[in-house]
Design a binder for this molecule. Sequence first.
Ligand SMILES: [Zn+2]
Length: 112
Amino acid sequence: MECKWCKNDATISDYREIDGITSKVHSCESCFGLSTDFLLARRDKEVLTSKLEIKGFVLGDVWHISDVQQNYDCTDDEAKDILNAALTSDVVMQTIFEQIDSQADHLKIKKK
Ligand SMILES: [Zn+2]
């Protein structure tokens, strides 16, 4: 049986509340210890990322407010503001463009 949250084999079962309904869920060892909110957010990320990649958007890693809130006691809006500021910072943008150049160079793709 496959883990409800990933492609691993399920080895453990527990009861989790999802959308107000509690049901038995089969998990792998690595997903078992994670919170339901985290697992649902991760699954949403995967669905949304694949939909955007079909349209040519490449997100790499998608950040979520839970990435901030796992370390800081803040509201959803504060977490969104923190993530937005971090992801659009000059240093991040510059690093991404440098990495695009580096990867294209590595693949011997000529610059326009
Ligand atoms: Zn799993």
